[in-house]
Design a protein around this ligand. Structure first.
Ligand code: ZN
Length: 364
């Protein structure tokens, strides 16, 4: 993750803290400074936040160490202002294991809460419940209460919360993974609408949480859809075989004609049947601005040529197109260029496949 620094390494897992986390710490310090104006209040406030985030780190270790029992490694744990992220290499295929991994996080918070409760009971240190608020009241009691809140919040049956994964895995015991994800995502979005509505009535903070839940649910459903659609598919399925090309010595006027006549936005530039560059729409516009329609294609094209073998997996190609901002890939079979593929082609295929899959479910 960019903008994250390594804090420590525990149980063989690197723990990072994201730069934005320090903004939260600074903000808390400022709030206490404005309220009390003493250094002690600032240190106390920041100390409490750090203690709370230590509980969040333990929560993530709950996930990571449970996953390790099933042979899954964790790349890193990162602290963000909104909470922690344990980057597992993959999720368990077996839904029962996924349920255990997901439950392990909130379970850690419950254990911490029970431990604090026991300590407070034994040492007779409980103070009246009315003294507790988010910023005031005895430290250990607040920490106990917030651990219970953390556990319950994470158990909400909505992505990206742990409860969403539990729900999806429980559904996946009875149906296929893609459909289970879709249903779990719908439940999450329904919950987000309800939360947002309650937020409008009672507390604006809930509206933000609702938004966060909504986006998380949509993202999970989307990435699952892409995975399900692309698994096993090769470039040959998504490539464009009917496309226009340019020659290096043609002028930009030819590219204008082709752009207006068709729907193609990027043109492979071929010399003797070999792709030597790509002219994108923005290259075309830059060339027109600088030199007009008489400019030569080869002066404005991008010379980096990327290609994919026709039997390469679509998942792979999607990553290459996204990761390096390559406009299009030449698809090659036995050394000969047989098609082109860009992000739009792949997205089109995903949408078509998704519609077909939904129809199969409705009719079948
Ligand atoms: Zn969790």
């Amino acid at each position: 993750m960019k903008w994250a620094w390594k804090l420590t390494r525990l149980a063989g897992i690197d723990v990072y803290v994201h730069a934005t986390f320090f903004i939260l710490v600074a903000w808390i310090g400022l709030v206490y400074w404005q309220r009390d104006g003493t250094l002690a209040a600032v240190v106390g406030g920041i100390g409490f936040v750090l203690a709370l985030f230590a509980c969040v780190v333990l929560h993530e270790f709950g996930h990571a160490l449970t996953a390790r029992r099933f042979g899954i490694r964790t790349r890193h744990i990162t602290l963000l202002p909104i909470g922690g992220v344990a980057a597992l290499e993959r999720m368990p295929e077996d839904p029962r294991q996924e349920i255990l991994v997901a439950l392990a996080g909130p379970a850690v918070n419950f254990v911490i809460a029970v431990a604090l409760w026991s300590w407070l009971t034994v040492s007779n240190a409980f103070s009246p419940i009315g003294d507790i608020s988010v910023t005031g009241g005895p430290v250990l009691e607040r920490l106990m209460a917030l651990n219970v809140v953390l556990a319950l919040f994470n158990l909400l049956p909505a992505f990206p919360m742990d409860g969403g994964r539990v729900l999806r895995a429980a559904l996946a015991l009875r149906m296929n993974h893609a459909r289970a994800t879709r249903i779990a995502a719908s439940v999450g979005q329904g919950l987000a609408i309800w939360l947002g509505f309650m937020g409008l009535l009672y507390n604006p903070v809930l509206v933000f949480i609702a938004l966060f839940v909504w986006i998380g649910a949509a993202a999970e459903a989307g990435s699952e859809q892409i995975k399900a659609t692309l698994s096993g598919a090769t470039v040959g399925r998504a490539m464009l075989t009917d496309f226009q090309t340019l020659a290096p010595d043609q002028d930009l006027a030819r590219a204008i004609d082709l752009t207006i006549a068709g729907s193609q936005r990027e043109f492979p530039v071929l010399s003797d049947g070999v792709m030597i560059g790509v002219l994108t729409q923005s290259d075309l516009l830059r060339g027109l601005q600088a030199q007009g329609a008489d400019a030569r294609v080869e002066d404005w094209m991008q010379r980096a040529v990327h290609s994919a073998e026709i039997d390469e997996s679509l998942e792979n190609v999607l990553q290459r197109l996204r990761g390096r901002e390559v406009p299009l890939l030449a698809v090659v079979q036995a050394g000969r260029m047989v098609g082109i593929v860009n992000l739009d082609n792949i997205m089109e295929l995903i949408q078509i496949q998704a519609s077909l899959a939904q129809r199969r479910e409705h009719t079948g």
